[in-house]
Design a protein around this ligand. Structure first.
Ligand SMILES: [Zn+2]
Ligand SMILES: [Zn+2]
Length: 426
């Protein structure tokens, strides 16, 4: 059979993942993810459009907005089948609600369409196998964030496609590394965010982070840890609960709500014991009065979104702590090129007015994406592969990884651009 793979988004770019596949001659596509990205002015950008009447089903890999943020678009005029793991479904709603509050003006859909989408969702437990029309679907842990799912779709003829979404190979406090046992597929569609780069060992990063935090706290400074609300914030809290249980730790913003959800869905969390400990010993920030008090309290640690300092309570705190060299801002998330976090890191200034920051600024590599060598290793674990399609990475990362895969795993790769439709004979 001939397989068609249409890249609607995420082709040679990080963001707005959207890949549609079908057999040659089929009327309907199976769609993996439908996310958004942000332009330089921070406005949401959707993938190329596809009529919902052309969709057989949509499979969402995880609840980051670059994978699910544009999906309500289909529910303006139709009601396509959509699948998510249980944890992805509950967190996707929170993430998209937040997106609508901040950027709703620029989006073609509203809360109404989000509601319609959530009513159409079929949820599953990771590891489940089910049928959708004439394809069978297997689901596996992708290791990226809680709920993140890899899909293996098998056609009637026996040909199969494995879609990774975002993956991480190592166990973190929050989620166990990607499932890599007994996998087989003809085609692998894989992310390539860090196609040119290997991360330092996680234990080393954790150790350096804890040493840096201790140093500031012992001097009586305040540590601000701006972190993504879903995943990174809770990972930092789990780490602090393990290594610094007597510290004065506060957590704020959406990180708080998602922590509560993680405790309700423990089966998705690796070290839920540490998260439980964190909620017992650390303090939730409940209102602005409390925020004010914390900023006067030397020796405290504040974990709060947003990870790139684009919004959230982190902005409130940073204005109150930046001017004191005893304090520190510890960035633990990826900092996009045009983000305020990157500006702080490279130029040492705050975005508004370019005010110079006197507090210490650090960055730690707590990435939730696999590094290049781990991605090559993962490819080696997938049996019967004929082709790897690399997406969700910039051009350099994709080609660097592609050539390594060809050389080390002996598998051909393709690097589709947005709008390109590949045709693969299987
Ligand atoms: Zn992600
Ligand atoms: Zn992503």
């Amino acid at each position: 059979m001939k397989l068609k793979i249409l890249t609607l988004g995420g082709g040679r770019e990080v963001g707005r993942a959207a890949i549609a596949i079908k057999r040659n001659g089929d009327e309907h596509y199976t769609l993996f993810d439908y996310g958004i990205s942000f332009d330089v002015d921070d406005r949401p950008v959707l993938p190329l459009s596809i009529a919902p009447s052309k969709l057989k089903a949509v499979f969402i890999s995880h609840s980051h907005l670059d994978h699910v943020g544009a999906a309500p678009f289909f529910y303006i005029s139709a009601n396509p089948l959509i699948y998510m793991s249980k944890f992805t479904a509950i967190t996707a709603r929170l993430m998209i609600e937040d997106l609508l509050r901040i950027s709703g003006y620029y989006l073609p859909f509203e809360f109404l369409e989000l509601d319609a989408m959530m009513k159409s969702v079929t949820t599953f437990n990771i590891g489940d196998r089910f049928e959708v029309g004439d394809v069978s679907v297997d689901t596996f842990n992708a290791g990226h964030i809680p709920g993140s799912t890899m899909y293996r779709v098998e056609f009637r003829e026996g040909a199969s496609v494995l879609y990774t979404g975002d993956v991480n190979a190592i166990d973190t406090k929050i989620v166990k590394g990607v499932h890599s046992q007994n996998l087989n597929a003809d085609v692998l569609i894989m992310e390539a965010t860090y196609g040119m780069y290997d991360h330092p060992p996680r234990e080393r990063v954790e150790q350096l982070f804890i040493e840096a935090v201790r140093g500031v706290v012992e001097e009586g400074g305040i540590v601000l840890v701006p972190a993504f609300s879903l995943g990174r914030s809770q990972e930092i809290l789990a780490l602090l609960a393990e290594k610094m249980p007597h510290a004065n730790v506060y957590y704020d913003g959406m990180a708080r709500d998602i922590l509560e959800l993680m405790l309700l869905y423990k089966e998705y969390i690796n070290r839920h014991d540490l998260l439980e400990k964190a909620t017992n010993i650390f303090t939730q920030v409940k209102d602005s009065g409390m925020r004010k008090g914390i900023c006067k309290e030397g020796g405290s640690i504040i974990v709060t979104p947003a990870g790139m300092l684009k919004g959230g309570p982190a902005l409130y705190y940073i204005k109150r702590i930046y001017d004191n060299p005893k304090n520190a801002i510890m960035l633990v998330s990826y900092q996009a090129a045009s983000s305020p976090g990157r500006k702080l890191l490279t130029e040492g200034v705050l975005e508004n007015g370019g005010i110079r920051v006197k507090a210490k600024v650090f960055w730690f590599d707590f990435s939730s994406h696999a590094g290049a060598s781990d991605l090559v290793n993962f490819v080696k674990h997938v049996k019967n592969l004929q082709k790897v399609i690399l997406i969700h990475g910039n051009e350099d990362a994709i080609y660097s990884l592609g050539y390594r895969i060809k050389e080390e795993a002996g598998v051909e790769f393709a690097a589709p651009q947005i709008g390109e439709e590949l045709s693969i004979e299987l």
